[in-house]
Design a protein around this ligand. Structure first.
Ligand SMILES: Cc1cc2nc3c(=O)[nH]c(=O)nc-3n(C[C@H](O)[C@H](O)[C@H](O)COP(=O)(O)OP(=O)(O)OC[C@H]3O[C@@H](n4cnc5c(N)ncnc54)[C@H](O)[C@@H]3O)c2cc1C
Ligand code: SF4
Length: 318
């Protein structure tokens, strides 16, 4: 690990200003992703700004009946919160399907959204990777691609986004709240927050330099049966091969977002419109543009089967 300096931010605004004024600076929250990357020198910030002491760890109801989740709310606390379990069960289940109890105790809402890909070539600093080093090339293309994206990828990067929580938040239409260094607040729909790789896979979100996530808000509850189903190589402590986050209403209509298939949580209005017709029709639209490799074409069939299981489960519970 390279040496770095450290400060504890004293206010949200000063944290944003400090980060904007120093290109070497990074925020640190739970540290469960950033420190791993620093140990491998994939990330080497010269300065860390600790944003834990800023009071961003509260949860409160919004005036329209939704829920405002502070950026520093720990994954454990979010999953266990009574309102989340009752009204947004999907989110609670997605969080509990991720990482381990110890990690969830440290991991935060903002940090989870910003965790970086688990592409093995990204972690192997001996291998070219456009995400680590723009213009270097992509070792995954033509390499081992079992874990990689089947849709929305580019010639520069075929990595997936690893977060379970973000997939549930996409299905729930969450909004990311931020503060810019100039003092302006932004509200970014989660659909627009993560970017597809294109030619710039190292730019992963629409956040600007120094922009600090302060909270994530959920709209008022929409009822329905909430299901998160994650398929992985091991029963626990593994990232998703594919995941399905769904809210299904009694009449069969609902919402579906996929994890493990793209560079961001994957959701399409046209696919949701045919949800009452079943998993085959919905998957055909969701993954209609899929360009899998011979190693990960199984993901298309796996999504359809997982979604079929989810819809059966919803029928049984409604
Ligand atoms: C062994 C292991 C298994 C895991 N398994 C899973 C899994 O199955 N599913 C899953 O979803 N996740 C999994 N994770 C990932 C884990 O969920 C993330 O590491 C964690 O959520 C990151 O949160 P953090 O608070 O520790 O972020 P940090 O490591 O502190 O930060 C991550 C990034 O977010 C930035 N950041 C943090 N807070 C802010 C803010 N407020 N505003 C702007 N930028 C900010 C940091 O600068 C950094 O770039 C696993 C991790 C490990 C180590
Ligand atoms: S898929 Fe993306 S993260 Fe993986 S090696 Fe290629 S450029 Fe790097």
């Amino acid at each position: 690990m390279k040496s770095f300096t450290y400060e504890r931010a004293v206010s949200v605004r000063s944290a944003a200003i400090a980060a904007a004024g120093n290109p070497q600076a990074k925020f640190i929250a739970g540290g469960t992703n950033l420190l791993d990357l620093m140990k491998l020198q994939i990330e080497a910030p010269g300065h860390l700004i600790d944003v834990n002491g800023l009071g961003l760890d509260k949860m409160e109801k919004t005036s329209d009946g939704g829920l405002r989740i502070g950026a520093m709310v720990r994954n454990t606390d979010l999953a266990a919160h009574v309102d989340v379990r009752r009204d947004y069960g999907l989110l609670s289940r997605a969080l509990l399907a991720g990482a381990s109890g110890q990690l969830r105790n440290k991991a935060t809402t903002a940090g989870n959204l910003l965790q970086r890909t688990r592409c093995p070539y990204f972690y192997d600093t001996n291998m070219p990777c456009n995400k680590r080093q723009p213009g270097a090339g992509c070792s995954a293309i033509g390499g081992a691609t079992r874990q990689h994206a089947v849709v929305g990828a580019s010639d520069a990067c075929i990595a997936t986004h690893p977060s379970d929580m973000a997939v549930a938040m996409r299905a729930l239409d969450a909004t990311v709240e931020t503060l810019r260094p100039d003092g302006q607040q932004r509200r970014i729909p989660i659909a627009d927050f993560h970017r597809l790789p294109g030619n710039t896979p190292h730019i992963e979100t629409v956040l600007e330099r120094g922009e600090l996530i302060t909270a994530v808000t959920l709209p008022a509850p929409i009822g329905g049966t909430h299901i998160y189903r994650k398929v992985r190589d091991r029963a626990s402590y593994a990232f998703a091969l594919v995941s399905v986050a769904a809210v299904v209403q009694k009449d069969g209509t609902g919402r579906v977002a996929l994890g493990g298939v793209a560079h961001k949580p994957w959701r399409m209005a046209s696919a949701e419109a045919v949800l009452p017709q079943g998993a085959k029709a919905t998957t055909a639209l969701l993954l209609g543009a899929a360009r899998p490799t011979h190693e990960n074409e199984f993901k298309v069939a796996l999504v359809e089967r997982t979604l079929a299981g989810v819809l059966n489960q919803a029928k049984g519970q409604s």
